[in-house]
Ligand binder design. Structure first.
Ligand code: ACO
Length: 428
């Protein structure tokens, strides 16, 4: 017998269907509630509202489980490549060897960026934040590829748009870094892999390739895979909702980049390092900052702690912590900011306030530390998150289109003035 939910509104009882996901998650379907009763549901921040049915990523915050298309994140992080994961997320299954090779070759052939895109940099002030530049440049790609504006484009055209964006993103990110330093850009190399190419465009120089330690390339691989998707978070929901108006992929992803920017979301990785630097510059008293974080009259929060859905542990943080330790050891990094990070982690994990509220270090706590050790500027950290999240945004945008989802349009409970008489200024 199928399960039903009943809602009693005054003297009327309404029956609502219950839906069960493949991992046995339950949802009460309220789609028809307003038509039947005139009532809406209210859930600020969508803390308990499912916005869509999705077959891409499953996460269980209580048990600390994260899977892409049914594959455990631990297995993918250990053994797969970023482009293989990208294919899996976007197209639903792991590619065959030949298909993966074709996908890689297609992407590599799209890594060059139109030379005119360089002109945008002449207009950005030297202190422009890389995330503002990234969202602008990704949005601007739509101007160079007007065929992508057609909401009814064929599967082939959609594929071309997808590989074009995956191919160009590392080049654009590296140009942002190079331009911010006033350095000439480094072009992608036809025969190099995605990550090697990216790292060389960031840290190499024109006519002087950079050789990276395997541990460094592996840490980047792991970081990109761990960030590749995370179901309906703030930026992903933004991508879906923007795309639901039939906006093109570049515009939708550009909107997602802006949503990711905030320090409560992807911007936390930059905020973590800045917080650690502040603590160091203030004498390194970690307990002072733990006290501040607990004080409800103080707006300070421990950046990199807490998560909307992981209330036990963040499985990505576990994997990344190991990658972090490996990289720091391999590179022999000796950084006082990292000592503060370790002290803060220990202090928070043993403090009752954090234990009671299930506040653990999240993925941003460790990713910022690794990026810093690898030599990235702290304002580039969130851009790196965006590079990793790109396949997830694309997969979610595509799923939303394939499912022919309706335009996103939430309801509200109006609490403003009712009727007021307008009196023109000269009569007041
Ligand atoms: N430091 C101190 N206290 C915190 C923190 C923190 N980092 N995070 C949550 N709390 C407290 C809240 O004050 C609240 O306490 P109360 O119950 O006594 O009022 C309780 O824990 C619950 O917090 P909420 O804000 O209700 O939790 P929510 O799920 O809305 O927020 C969020 C989650 C935004 C991630 C929050 O934990 C936070 O601000 N963390 C710091 C920023 C951060 O690291 N963001 C990255 C998230 S991961 C990502 O986007 C990839």
């Amino acid at each position: 017998m199928s399960e039903k939910a009943y809602i009693k509104l005054n003297n009327t009882e309404l029956e609502l269907p219950i839906l069960t996901g493949t991992e046995n998650e339950k949802a009460i379907d309220i789609t028809k509630l307003r038509d039947q009763s005139g009532y809406i549901t209210l859930d600020a921040g969508f803390k308990n509202t499912g916005a869509t049915k999705s077959a891409i990523t499953f996460l269980d915050g209580e048990r600390g489980i994260l899977k892409y298309r049914g594959y455990n994140i631990e297995d993918l992080a250990e053994r797969s490549t970023f482009l293989e994961v990208a294919y899996l997320l976007i197209y639903g299954d792991l590619p065959s060897k030949d298909r993966l090779e074709e996908f890689r070759t297609d992407i590599k052939s799209k890594m060059m960026v139109h030379e005119d895109m360089k002109m945008f940099f002449a207009g950005f002030p030297s202190k422009s934040h890389p995330m503002g530049q990234l969202s602008c440049l990704v949005g601007a790609l739509s101007a160079f590829y007007p065929e992508s504006l057609n909401p009814n484009m064929s599967e082939e055209e959609e594929y071309k748009t997808i590989i074009n964006l995956i191919g160009k993103m590392p080049t654009i990110v590296s140009w942002i870094q190079k331009k911010s330093l006033g350095h000439p850009v480094v072009y992608p190399k036809k025969d190099w892999g995605y990550i090697d190419n990216f790292m060389n465009m960031i840290f190499g120089e024109v006519n002087c390739d950079k050789v990276f330690d395997d541990a460094v390339l592996d840490a980047m691989r792991v970081l990109l895979i761990l960030h590749a998707d995370h179901e309906q978070n703030c930026s992903t929901s933004t991508v879906r909702i923007v795309g639901s108006s039939n906006a093109n992929l570049y515009a939708s992803v550009s909107a997602g980049i802006n949503a990711l920017w905030g320090p409560l979301h992807g911007g936390a990785n930059q905020a973590v390092i800045e917080m650690l630097e502040d603590i160091k510059n203030d004498g390194g008293d970690v307990n002072k900052y733990i006290t501040k974080a607990k004080d409800k009259n103080d707006p300070f929060r421990l950046m990199g702690f807490g998560h909307r859905v992981y209330k036990n542990f963040d499985p990505r943080a576990r994997i990344i912590k190991k990658a972090c330790d490996d990289v720091l050891e391999k590179l022999g990094v000796n950084d006082p900011v990292l000592d503060i990070a370790k002290q803060l982690e220990q202090a928070a994990l043993s403090d009752q306030y954090f234990i009671d509220r299930k506040l653990y270090p999240n993925v941003d706590f460790y990713s910022g530390i690794i990026y810093r050790a690898l030599g990235f500027k702290s304002d580039m950290f969130t851009v790196l998150f965006a590079l990793g999240r790109l396949p997830g945004w694309i997969a979610q945008w595509k799923e939303m289109r394939d499912n022919k989802e309706p335009i996103g349009r939430p309801r509200q409970l109006y609490i403003g003035e009712t009727e007021r008489e307008y009196v023109p200024l000269d009569k007041r």
